[in-house]
Design a binder for this molecule. Structure first.
Ligand SMILES: Nc1ncnc2c1ncn2[C@@H]1O[C@H](COP(=O)(O)OP(=O)(O)O)[C@@H](O)[C@H]1O
Ligand SMILES: CC(C)(COP(=O)(O)O)[C@@H](O)C(=O)NCCC(=O)O
Ligand SMILES: [K+]
Length: 276
């Protein structure tokens, strides 16, 4: 039996899911309040189907497991929680189509001007979330699978941005698309690599890290020369790594960065409050 209070508790809960190119990013909201966030790998199709039907038990061989405790840091919900999805991976989005209570957030719901039709929904939402939380004009740096710069002016007009391979993708492409280069693991880079390296691994680290930091500095300085009072926010799985290097090399610039992993969820919160 669910008590009146916990029934109400569940009533205004909803899940936000951002489907990125590396993994899933989750948030549990209670009304407008963000309760907590976590990341998972992409989920097996069978699990998605069960979640969408409100089933919470998973058969693993002869064992029965609780889906929620396996994939989510949540107690099982008695029925599928409302789910709002922002996805930049169409093959993953379709897997959630049959979830009983799902809404996919689309570009036309974001009140930014001057958006182009193929802009990533993650970039639009992060920009909107940053602007709504810290004010416009704002530049968002997303250090995810891809590294993106996305900016809007004081009139909430998209100024534009740039897309390049993120840290992991740069190491992976060198490791996979060449005959002699090793796959460099991010965990191996503890501090700034030597600029002029005398071995292959450090040469790759130097090339990727110093040019990424130079790019971040260049885009940020250009942004601040266009909009001296503009904000700069950074998100994404590699934000801490890159921020630490930026701090070591350009402390004044690093000090201007707002570090906020949940920009997309803040964006989704305002959109959902408007449509739910
Ligand atoms: N547990 C993790 N799993 C995967 N990537 C991680 C993890 N922790 C940090 N990262 C870093 O995050 C980057 C991906 O960023 P993220 O924002 O999660 O991606 P996306 O939103 O594109 O799925 C990878 O390049 C990787 O270096
Ligand atoms: C640039 C992206 C691949 C970034 O995705 P992510 O690295 O966050 O998974 C995504 O925002 C996307 O597919 N954008 C569409 C093209 C555009 O924004 O112009
Ligand atoms: K992203």
């Amino acid at each position: 039996m669910i008590s009146q209070q916990s029934a109400k508790h569940i009533e205004n809960q909803w899940l936000a899911l951002e489907i990125g190119n590396s993994r899933l990013h989750w948030a549990l909201f209670m009304g407008e309040s963000l309760e907590f966030t976590w990341d998972t790998e992409y989920l097996p199709e069978s699990v998605i189907q069960q979640l969408g039907n409100g089933e919470t038990k998973l058969e693993v061989g002869s064992e029965e497991k609780e889906i929620f405790f396996t994939f989510f840091p949540l107690p099982p919900a008695p029925c599928p929680l409302p789910l709002f999805i922002a996805s930049v991976v169409p093959q993953q989005t379709v897997l959630w189509e049959n979830y009983l209570n799902v809404r996919v957030i689309t570009l036309d719901q974001i009140p930014l001007n001057n958006i182009y039709p193929t802009l990533g929904i993650d970039r639009a939402l992060a920009l909107w979330g940053a602007g709504m939380s810290w004010g416009f004009p704002v530049l968002v740096i997303d250090a995810g699978t891809a590294l993106t710069f996305t900016a809007a002016d004081g009139g909430k007009n998209l100024v534009g941005g740039a897309i390049l391979p993120g840290v992991g993708l740069q190491f992976a492409s060198l490791g996979q698309q060449t005959g002699q280069l090793p796959q460099v693991e991010m965990e191996a880079i503890k501090s700034l690599p030597p600029r002029f390296a005398l071995n292959t691994t450090e040469a790759i680290q130097s090339g990727v890290i110093y040019t990424l930091i130079a790019g971040m500095r260049d885009f940020t300085e250009e942004w601040l020369s266009l909009f001296p009072d503009g904000k700069v926010a950074i998100k994404g799985g590699d934000r801490i790594l890159l921020l630490n290097y930026l701090q070591a090399l350009y402390p004044d610039l690093a000090a201007r960065l707002i570090v906020e992993p949940n920009l997309i969820f803040w964006g989704m919160q305002t959109i959902v409050a408007g449509v739910a």
